[in-house]
Unconditional design. Sequence first.
Length: 115
Amino acid sequence: MNDIYMLADVAIFERIGDRLKQTRLKQNITQQSLADDANVSLSSIKKIEKGEIGSFDSLLRVLRTLGLLNVLQPLVDEEQLSPSEYYNLVHSQDKKNRKRAVGKLQNREKETTEW
């Protein structure tokens, strides 16, 4: 299945765990060695590989150790705007269309001037 949005959360966790296990085995790394290098417990590695991802911190450490941290790159990249894109974004709102809040403050001014 290619559409991740069609998967239940548990299925996504299981696929992530399986992918991490496959990567670890391809790199010929034992669970204990991965745990030591990632500075997480052996039980955490076993749980993650089963799809029981309870700690994002542990997952990040494992991804970093296996060289897979780049899968999160799109989430941490800042969108870069060119100067012209920035100008267009800032000036896209026509000042004529700007609305200002009116009401309570003006009503209070009327009340105080009537005294």
